[in-house]
Design a protein around this ligand. Sequence first.
Ligand code: FMN
Length: 194
Amino acid sequence: MKSRFGPQKIMFPCPVALVVTGTAERANIVTIAWVSLLTSSPPMLGISVGTRGFSGKEISERGEFTVNIATSDIMREADFCGLTSGRDTDKFAATGLTKMESSVIKAPIIKECPLNFECLLESSTIFGTTNHFAAKIVETHIDNDKLKDLSDYTSIDIERFDPLIYIGGVREYRKAGPVTGKAYSVGNSIKEQQ
Ligand SMILES: Cc1cc2nc3c(=O)[nH]c(=O)nc-3n(C[C@H](O)[C@H](O)[C@H](O)COP(=O)(O)O)c2cc1C
């Protein structure tokens, strides 16, 4: 048996992205769980941002932002950035999170987040009270101490990274669990039985 609930917004697990807009002098952070890669070539990502908040307007006006992936270490800071608005709060000052210069764009990245994307806005589509921004990834930064091989961006050590995971709908934060299989591989055992 299943229970029906009509159209609902519930999704998990979600990464916790801290999206930064503005400049080194005046930057804002917003917590965004509705984030996804969109295409691989060129690498693009999408974020859904409420039209009523401060950040949506900033992204539309400035055409750029950074996406910084949060870790369990900064759970409280990440939650705070989702409870307050850049209209009346300097979230960098309040949380103590550190701005680092980006390579290509003006919006800074966050030092405490081990994975950072610099993004240039490509398109924006409003659905109801949410603006869906599609953006090109123009640079990617990863902390050296989270990589097993400095020349391979896919060699991230997930235990050391310890990504903060959000369970949408249930409103819980969790940690990543143990490895249970090799992706693009374990399914081959079924293929072989065909
Ligand atoms: C865990 C978490 C996830 C969130 N995800 C989103 C999201 O995906 N999109 C969104 O518009 N707001 C999301 N929010 C709410 C915004 O972060 C919140 O409205 C914020 O205060 C807006 O800040 P701003 O006015 O500085 O832009 C989330 C909040 C939390 C705590």
